[in-house]
Design a protein around this ligand. Structure first.
Ligand SMILES: CC(C)(COP(=O)(O)OP(=O)(O)OC[C@H]1O[C@@H](n2cnc3c(N)ncnc32)[C@H](O)[C@@H]1OP(=O)(O)O)[C@@H](O)C(=O)NCCC(=O)NCCS
Length: 249
C-alpha cells in the first residue's frame, strides 16, 4: 500500500520531468518546420521560375521571329507539300538523323507529330513566306542529349536549293537570341554527325565550341550507329560575342 509521502514524491518527480519531456517533444517536432520555413522561399521561387519558363516555352508555339531575310514561324498543315519537296531528298534527313519523307501525307504527319513541338520554327524566305527549312529548339528532356530544363539543343536543316547562302546561320543566330534573351536559358548545345562539315561550319559561325564526342552510339531513329560531335554556347560567351559584333558596327 502506498503512503501519501510516496505519492507526493512521485507527483513531484513527474512534474519535475514534464517540462523537459515537453521541450524535447517540441524540439523534435519543430526541427522539420524550421527546415521547411528555411527552404520554402527558395522552393517557391524555383517553382515560380519553372512555371513562368514553361508558359514562355508554350507561348513559343505561336512565336514568330524575323531576321533580315527570314521569317521563323510555326509549321502549318499547308506546308506539307513543300516540306515533302525538300525532305524527300537523301541529302537532308539522313545526315541530320531522320529518315527521308516518303509522301506528302507522311510530311503532313511529321508536321503534326514532330514539327508542331514548341520551339520548332519553319524557316521561310521573307519574299514569299514559303517554308524552305526548319530550326528546332529542344528544351530539357525534349533534347537528344539529356539536358536540364534551363538548357536546350538546336537542330536545323534547309532545302538543297538554298544551301550556301548563310540562311541557317542567320536563322540560328535569331533563335539563339530568343533562347537567351526571351526564354532566359543558360546554355545551348548543338550536335553534328561525323563527316557533316556543313553543319560543323554552321555551329562555328554561330559561336558554338566543341565539347565532347559520342563515339559509335546507337541512333534509334535511323536504326544505325553514329559518332556525334557535341558543341556548346553559354549565355556569357554569347553576350560577349554580341557585344563584340555591336562594337565593330
Ligand atoms: C548544314 C546546313 C543546315 C547548312 O545550311 P546553310 O544555310 O547552307 O549554311 P551556310 O550557307 O552557312 O553553309 C555552311 C557550309 O556548308 C557548305 N556548303 C554551302 N553550300 C554548299 C553546297 N552547295 N554544297 C556543298 N556544301 C556547301 C560550306 O562548307 C559552308 O561553309 P562556308 O560558308 O564556311 O563555306 C545545310 O547544309 C543542310 O540542311 N544540310 C543537311 C541537313 C543537316 O546537315 N542538318 C544539320 C544536322 S546537325
Amino acid at each position: 500500500m502506498q503512503t501519501p509521502v510516496q505519492s507526493t514524491d512521485r507527483t513531484e518527480a513527474v512534474a519535475d520531468k514534464q517540462p523537459h519531456f515537453a521541450i524535447k517533444i517540441n524540439r523534435s517536432l519543430l526541427a522539420p518546420w524550421f527546415i521547411l520555413i528555411a527552404i520554402l522561399p527558395a522552393a517557391l521561387s524555383y517553382l515560380r521560375m519553372m512555371t513562368c519558363f514553361q508558359t514562355q516555352i508554350k507561348r513559343g508555339c505561336d512565336m514568330i521571329l524575323t531576321t533580315d531575310r527570314l521569317i521563323l514561324r510555326p509549321w502549318e498543315d499547308t506546308d506539307a507539300e513543300l516540306l515533302y519537296e525538300y525532305a524527300k531528298d537523301e541529302r537532308i534527313g539522313p545526315v541530320a538523323g531522320w529518315p527521308v519523307h516518303t509522301s506528302v501525307k507522311n510530311s503532313l504527319e511529321i508536321i503534326r507529330t514532330v514539327l508542331s513541338a514548341p520551339g520548332t520554327f519553319a524557316v521561310c524566305l521573307k519574299e514569299d513566306g514559303k517554308a524552305i527549312g526548319s530550326i528546332g529548339l529542344m528544351v530539357g528532356e525534349q533534347s537528344n542529349i539529356g539536358l536540364p530544363d534551363t538548357e536546350a539543343e538546336i537542330g536545323y536543316w534547309i532545302g538543297v536549293p538554298f544551301w550556301g547562302q548563310g540562311l541557317i546561320p542567320e536563322g540560328v543566330a535569331e533563335v539563339i537570341r530568343y533562347a537567351f534573351e526571351d526564354l532566359h536559358l543558360e546554355n545551348l548545345w548543338c550536335g553534328y554527325f561525323e563527316g557533316n562539315d556543313k553543319s560543323r561550319r554552321v555551329q562555328e559561325k554561330c559561336g558554338f565550341t566543341y565539347q565532347y564526342t559520342n563515339t559509335d552510339a546507337e541512333w534509334v531513329k535511323m536504326m544505325d550507329r553514329r559518332t556525334e560531335h557535341i558543341s556548346k554556347l553559354t549565355r556569357e560567351d554569347w553576350s560577349r560575342r554580341v557585344k563584340t559584333i555591336r562594337d565593330m558596327d
